[in-house]
Design a protein around this ligand. Structure first.
Ligand code: GRF
Length: 225
């Protein structure tokens, strides 16, 4: 097992955590899950973490006086597992600037839209409301501004005439898993890294996000793609 230590933050069902665990087991992701952290003790991600015997910590926000003290407690636990990388996989709370700065260059987030389009919540419904023909997901570095950090890679999905927010979410979900695994593996394996606020991939700066292809590989986008 690789010594590269990944901390996962999640608030939801944990399908992305499951995808990371599967990729580690298959040898596609050179790393280990050093801990799983949540604001929701009863969420699916916590159950998956416990089933796998992982270090798992969930702290309820209402047990803390304010956002800053909850963040401080949860991220002290994160720091305790000495992560090389923190992966936010459906962690639904806004992280305070102080915490983001503490882990700068070591934290990525999976977001269900083609950023910079549709930061924030309800992305599937917003894509449909805007009449867009293309949707997707992004993996980006976490910076203090919400969903605004440099994007490492995206996966694209065509929007069908019959799509609803639910069908879009269902179709996007497996592509998100593949994107998150590919990005995490690229970082853990040393192919991708942040340098002074921009991504380097195979040693070269990215001027636009990588694209996940149909074989689940990260490709550079050409200007005309
Ligand atoms: C994903 O759709 C992700 O894009 C969003 O939250 C969801 C997490 O799903 N930010 P899961 O908990 O990993 O199943």
């Amino acid at each position: 097992m690789s010594g590269y230590r990944i901390a996962v933050l999640a608030s939801g069902r944990g399908s992305n955590l499951q995808a990371l665990l599967r990729a580690i087991a298959d040898g596609r992701l050179p790393g280990q899950i050093a801990g799983v952290f949540s604001d929701k003790p009863k969420c699916g991600a916590m159950a998956i973490a416990r089933d796998h015997g992982l270090h798992a910590v969930a702290l309820k926000p209402r047990d803390y006086a304010d956002r800053a003290s909850h963040d401080e407690a949860l991220f002290s636990a994160v720091a305790g597992v000495q992560p090389d990388l923190i992966v936010c996989a459906g962690y639904l709370r806004i992280i305070t600037d102080t915490t983001v700065r503490r882990f700068e260059d070591r934290m990525i987030n999976l977001h269900p839209s083609l950023l910079p389009r549709h930061p924030g919540l309800d992305t599937h419904a917003r894509v449909l409301a805007a009449g867009e023909t293309e949707h997707g997901a992004s993996v980006h570095a976490v910076i203090p501004a919400l969903d605004a950090g440099p994007v490492l890679a995206q996966v694209r999905l065509e929007v069908g005439a019959d799509d609803t927010p639910d069908t879009l979410a269902d179709r996007l979900s497996p592509r998100e898993h593949a994107l998150l695994v590919a990005c995490t593996a690229a970082i853990a394996g040393g192919r991708a890294r942040l340098d002074d606020g921009r991504w380097l991939f195979d040693g070269q700066a990215l001027d636009r996000p990588l694209r996940l292809d149909a074989r689940d590989e990260l490709q550079r986008e050409t200007a005309h793609a």
